[in-house]
Design a protein around this ligand. Sequence first.
Ligand SMILES: NC(=O)c1ccc[n+]([C@@H]2O[C@H](COP(=O)([O-])OP(=O)(O)OC[C@H]3O[C@@H](n4cnc5c(N)ncnc54)[C@H](O)[C@@H]3O)[C@@H](O)[C@H]2O)c1
Length: 334
Amino acid sequence: MRILITGGAGYIGSHVAKALIERGGCELSILDNLSTGSQATLEALARMGSFQFFHNDLSNKEALSEIFSRNRFDLILHFAASVEVFESVQNPLKYYFNNTLNTAQLLDVALEYGVKKLIFSSTAAVYGEPREIPKEGIDEEHPLKPINPYGQSKIMSERIIQDVARAHPDFKFVILRYFNVAGADLQGRIGQATPKATHLIKIAAECASLKRPWMEIYGEDYPTPDGSCVRDYIHVEDLAQAHVRAMEYLIRGASSDIFNCGYGRGYSVKEVVQKSKEVSGVDFEVRMGGKRAGDPAILVAQSAKIREKMGWEPLYDDLALIIKSAYEWERGRW
Ligand SMILES: NC(=O)c1ccc[n+]([C@@H]2O[C@H](COP(=O)([O-])OP(=O)(O)OC[C@H]3O[C@@H](n4cnc5c(N)ncnc54)[C@H](O)[C@@H]3O)[C@@H](O)[C@H]2O)c1
């Protein structure tokens, strides 16, 4: 299998690259503009196995065509995107250009060069503020009503991919809707290196590692048990294995489909902060702030479909372990 990973120098893409290197049987290429991804991540991956690296921007069609003409890819894992919800509210066009239009462009070139399989990184943000939260979490049929441009940019990308697959019946996709991804490689070689990341567990790990003096909780009057937002945190290693399963699923010739990736259990922001203090033993300062635009109160996945259809079984469904791996990586990072 010749595989192209867009955004492979970033947080999730690099963990998937690592999982594929460990699995073997793949020739890997990574394309990244290093806007949020890092050279250090690529160097850490290079110590694990070999891959080609293309320092390119997805918006550069000429460069993209050149890469595809020289490499006959069998499958694309498309991670490259802008990923900050709050930034998307302030600068929506950045999200529509980088996420939606660049996905269309990537598909255009992929079709031209006969690539027939795509795995796409989508997000729970496509569900917006869920109508009601069933006990077992939100399933893939839940109404799609994103409440921020980031979620909109992803739902438009999903629709483009689905339309392309309808028009080209031999083109197959898996769309994975991730809930809140956290944690790091359990051997501490790679982690979330993204500068200025706004992810809760990452920020708490920075505070616990004394890289940040304090952190803020955004809103404590949500309709949740302790008033702070509730999210479903999935360990990045489990998410990486979901991609390996998705690749094998497409190789088996299974039909195109959409799957949630989460554990089906939510933790509040306050619970995560408390657990981060316990795990690290550091009582860092926490301030209460106002609500941010675009933050739904509760997002918890129902993950029965991916378990049943792909046989995915998470190994690290443990909040303390997720936090510990993020914290240990943050403390020891390059
Ligand atoms: N982190 C999460 O909790 C989460 C949740 C849901 C979905 N996702 C999705 O997962 C994917 C990866 O997210 P991440 O958290 O690893 O973010 P990240 O910022 O660490 O990784 C994104 C990578 O894409 C690269 N990139 C961005 N725009 C590019 C372009 N135009 N051309 C080439 N490379 C480009 C960046 O340099 C970076 O290496 C994204 O599509 C995101 O929407 C992430």
